[in-house]
Design a protein around this ligand. Structure first.
Ligand code: SPD
Length: 352
């Protein structure tokens, strides 16, 4: 009996050693992406296909991502910034220039969207378009009457129906919040002139009467559970919730919306560049990009994937709006120092 126990202990010990040895031997890829922005089965498939591990962390705003990437001792290989933040990271000298010969599936990307991406990455040198989207309003039909939503514009946020109810949230993102007020006031979301800033500030003072918090993540649970009745929201995040709950709705306001493109970039400091290239190429595969778009409910810049997607997805105007609506939308551009005027108003509103 004693011998059996000893044998068993030795076996367990040997098994543990093998396991530790294996995981030690496995390469690890460090990825930093927005929350709810990838199909987890795709991550597992990549790990299996490449006998590696992915350490996956998430952020809920470009600002938080930047602070962490600049300050952390933990180094990431791949991150997923929006276009304006690709320019910021590039200015900081943090991005690796990509060798496209390592990306067999690069040709799947839509040339028109690649051309748009040159506004933040001249020559498409450091970034790979991942997904694009629009920002609108997500609401709970149980609490927000249809006639209020029917007005269809950003100024729903000022409707007296919400007075004293503490049921509205906006994103924790200066460009999105001030951007919505600029668009509602008839300005470009990238306009930082004094007139534009004054107009946006005045609008926000009114909206702020009923805004309970600026937060980019909790609305995904709080609109469904009724803690929040209406929230400024990213279209895909809202549609993910709507697919599970018929009480929820989402509108793209009639005045227009913020538009953004999120991208995969590789940090110069990456210690796993070969594996990072493999991951980017995996994400560029048409079938993988199709599945990922279906899961995340965001528009894909992958034209080969678009061919594979169901008509319902392609024709969903909340994901792929028509040209008339797109003309009213404003791509969030890199503003350099001009962003300070926007940040000032945002901070003033938040402190209020
Ligand atoms: N959960 C994914 C959210 C993606 C938002 N992307 C960009 C926003 C730019 N303001």
């Amino acid at each position: 009996m004693k011998q059996r126990i000893i044998a068993l202990v030795i076996m367990i010990f040997a098994f543990a050693l093998v396991l530790t040895g294996c995981s030690k031997g496995k390469e690890t890829l460090y990825i930093f992406n927005w929350s709810d922005y990838i199909d987890p089965t795709i991550v597992s498939e990549f790990e299996q296909a490449n006998n590696c591990r992915i350490k996956y962390s998430t952020f809920d705003s470009n600002e938080n991502m930047l602070t962490k990437v600049k300050s952390t001792t933990e180094s990431f290989d791949l991150i997923f910034p929006s276009g304006d933040h690709v320019s910021i990271l590039q200015e900081l000298g943090m991005l690796e220039e990509l060798d496209k010969s390592k990306l067999m599936n690069y040709g799947n990307l839509d040339p028109q969207l690649l051309a748009k991406a040159t506004s933040f990455d001249l020559g498409n040198k450091v970034s790979i378009p991942y997904a694009w989207g629009l920002t609108g309003l997500m609401y709970n039909k149980e609490y927000v009457p249809e006639e209020i939503v029917a007005s269809g514009g950003w100024n729903i946020l000022a409707d007296s129906f919400f007075d004293g109810k503490n049921k509205i949230t906006m994103l924790d993102d200066a460009r999105e919040v001030i951007g919505a007020a600029l668009i509602y006031s008839g300005y470009s979301l990238n306009d930082t002139s004094e007139a534009a800033m004054t107009a946006a500030h005045e609008v926000l003072k009114v909206w702020d009467r009923n805004i309970t918090q600026f937060d980019s993540d909790s609305y995904k649970n709080e609109v469904p559970d009724g803690t929040t009745w209406i929230a400024q929201a990213y279209n895909g995040d809202a549609l993910q919730q709507i697919s599970e709950n018929a009480n929820l709705g989402f509108i793209l306001p009639k005045e227009g919306a913020a538009m953004w493109m999120d991208n995969i970039v590789m940090l110069k400091s990456s210690k796993n560049k070969e594996l990072a290239y493999k991951f980017i190429d995996f994400m560029l595969d048409a079938e993988i990009a199709k599945r990922n778009a279906e899961y995340t409910q965001y528009a894909t810049p992958n034209q080969a994937a678009l061919q594979l997607l169901e008509e319902d997805f392609v024709n969903n105007l909340l994901i792929n709006p028509d040209d008339t609506y797109l003309q009213k939308c404003h791509m969030i551009e890199y503003l350099g120092d001009r962003v300070k005027s926007i940040d000032q108003i945002y901070e003033a509103i938040k402190l209020n």
